[in-house]
Design a binder for this molecule. Structure first.
Ligand code: GFB
Length: 304
């Protein structure tokens, strides 16, 4: 059977690839993708037909602002090693994960792949965004020189079970789930970062994996594919949904001294809508319930 290696196989998206064609690696235990030789040996031993490259150094708005060098270095190194060593090991198909934060901060909406390089990304995730842009430059160059079927996917903000629930450095939804959980336990109020006005598109992790597998089997173009729902929601409304699921009765405060990040990043999802018109996105209410139930069931043995 043709094997597909999933890097970051225990991460938020990687863990959702469940079929027997997938071989997973978790860099923290089985393979250090920062190491070129280790990556090379691993790929040459496994000889997969394809690679789905989910492994990345990721974090929320504050993690990106506090550790820009780590985000830049680790993502540049992992992407460079994975893409080059995959090529050398004869990997025919590769999908690399970018993010809608790679787009310029000042740009006409909706975001579409032709706009990636039209200006600098938002300063809250400068290093991460440029590292992810470079992965796509590498992919475009490899397509041009080696004729390989490699391409990038660009998801909007992903959430789901198995996330990183660190309340300082994590993304907004897992941080909020953790904050509400603790506040409920202790009977305390919750403080949200920023005004709650910024808008985001959120996509459930299992939907991202399903769409990526569909693209693996059906997409051969080099243009990056945006994976988003097309629905924006304010941070405040996400907070209210989470509070409702927790049946939270205490007060919710908004701390405008804390970072707000980019105001919005609505994206054009027409490629996946046209390719997979019957695909049903998980409604955010349902995705949040699944994520919160997973968090409660797995507390205290989760990443936080
Ligand atoms: O997921 P998040 O941290 O990242 O969301 P970005 C940030 C938004 O949520 C800001 C608000 O408007 C914050 O003010 N927010 C409210 C909170 N409460 C919290 C909280 O407790 N924790 C967090 N983290 N935010 C990231 C990029 O941007 O998006 C990454 O930095 C990555 O590079 C990711 O691409 C998808 O959406 O702002």
């Amino acid at each position: 059977m043709n094997k597909i290696l999933v890097t970051g196989g225990s991460g938020l998206v990687g863990r959702c690839f469940t079929g027997s064609r997938f071989i997973k690696t978790d860099s923290r235990e089985s393979l250090n993708l920062l190491d070129k030789n280790e990556t090379s040996s691993f790929l040459n031993d496994l000889k997969p037909e394809g690679v789905i490259h989910c492994a990345a150094k990721v974090g929320g708005v504050k993690g990106n602002m506090d550790y820009p060098a780590e985000f830049t270095y680790q993502n540049l190194m992992m992407n460079t090693n994975v893409i080059e060593e995959a090529r050398l090991a004869g990997v025919k198909k590769l999908i690399s994960f970018a993010s809608t934060c790679v787009f310029p901060d000042a740009v006409e909406y909706p975001l579409s792949p032709d706009k990636i390089h039209l200006g600098p990304p938002h300063n809250s995730n400068y290093g991460y965004a440029y590292a992810k842009r470079m992965a796509d430059i590498q992919i475009q160059s490899y397509r041009q020189q080696y004729g390989l079927n490699y391409f990038s996917v660009i998801p909007c903000n992903i959430y789901g079970p198995g996330d990183n629930y660190d309340v300082v450095n994590g993304h907004v939804i897992p941080s909020l789930i953790h904050k509400f959980y603790m506040a409920k336990e202790k009977g305390e109020d919750v403080t949200i970062w920023g005004s709650g006005n910024p808008l985001r598109e959120f996509i459930f992790s299992e939907d991202v994996a399903k769409l990526t597998e569909l693209l693996y089997d059906n997409y051969t173009d080099g243009v990056p594919v945006i994976l988003s729902t097309g629905d924006e929601i304010s941070i405040k409304d996400v907070v209210l949904l989470i509070a409702e699921i927790f049946e939270f009765k205490n007060k919710i405060h908004f701390d405008t001294e804390k970072p707000e990040g980019q105001f919005r990043k609505p994206s054009d999802n027409s490629v996946i809508r046209n390719m997979f018109p019957d695909f049903k996105f998980t409604p955010i209410e349902e995705g949040l319930k699944k994520s919160i139930n997973w968090f409660i069931d797995n507390y205290p043995n989760l990443r936080k």
